[in-house]
Design a protein around this ligand. Structure first.
Ligand SMILES: C[S@@+](CC[C@H](N)C(=O)[O-])C[C@H]1O[C@@H](n2cnc3c(N)ncnc32)[C@H](O)[C@@H]1O
Length: 242
């Protein structure tokens, strides 16, 4: 059984250690992160060569790793996270897992041809520092793949206040509504570091599959694109080549 996390303040990263037994359960508290990892992998470009390095910022327990197969098999997956118990699991799933803060990445400039930041930007009290670090370690011409929660009243209500009480929603207390990130803010921060963000796409779970998942007739749910980015959205960005 998971330890209780109610004593934590909102967005305390220690909650991921509290909930460490939930990461890989298809019907556990992090179930939707598996759905999102698959959607995220769909935006990752083919590796430029076998063995090309990919950095997964806030990799958690390494949920992206099973998706780096087929056309993505050539990427070598390094992950950073603050949660030591999550990193331990990421390691057992084949991720080179390093304890580090997104705002202080222990890598040289231009080290990674792809950087992935999935469901983490909305957790960062110092977003500008983390974006600066992500852009610093991204190689010229490299791709950044992101998904996060938009800073809208609808998202704060639906995905933070309401969805926390629904199966498949985020665990109670993991989000601080004050930290959600609008695409415009992200675009401006990235542009300061020569990284151009492309048009974001909204995401929502496929309704029929969600119902089947609720009934335990499925283990996962496909995330579908939506035109509205007012809640959950994903985007890529490209670092200028020179
Ligand atoms: C919602 S989980 C997403 C994990 C993973 N990206 C995924 O989608 O499965 C957020 C992760 O961010 C990590 N995290 C929060 N703040 C962080 C920071 N400042 N630096 C590195 N990791 C952080 C947490 O420990 C947690 O593993």
């Amino acid at each position: 059984m998971s330890p209780r996390t109610e004593h934590r303040v909102r967005n305390d990263p220690a909650q991921y250690d509290d909930l460490t037994d939930q990461w890989w359960r298809p019907h556990g508290k992090f179930a939707a992160l598996h759905w999102l990892a698959r959607a995220r992998a769909g935006l990752i470009p083919d590796p430029p060569r076998p063995g090309a390095p990919l950095l997964d910022v806030a990799c958690g327990a390494g949920l992206l790793q099973p998706h780096l197969t087929g056309r993505l098999a050539g990427w070598v997956h390094t992950g950073v996270d603050l949660s030591l118990l999550s990193l331990r699991q990421a390691r057992t799933h084949g991720v080179t897992a390093v304890a580090a803060d997104a705002g202080r990445l222990p890598f040289a400039d231009h080290s990674f041809e792809c950087v992935v930041a999935g469901e983490v930007l909305e957790h960062l009290p110092d977003l500008p520092s983390a974006v600066a670090e992500i852009c610093r370690v991204l190689a010229p011409g490299g791709t950044l793949v992101m998904d996060t929660l938009n800073n809208t009243w609808l998202c704060r209500l639906a995905l933070v206040r309401i969805a926390e009480h629904l199966p498949g929603g985020p665990p109670a207390g993991v989000h601080d509504p004050a930290l959600l990130v609008s695409p415009n803010v992200l675009n401006e921060l990235l542009a300061q570091h020569g990284v151009r963000m492309h048009r974001p796409t909204g995401l929502r779970p496929a309704a029929g599959q969600y119902l089947a998942w609720l009934a335990r007739r499925r283990e996962d749910v496909t995330m579908l694109p939506t035109r509205s980015v007012s809640m959950l959205y994903q985007a890529t960005a490209t670092k200028d080549a020179s």
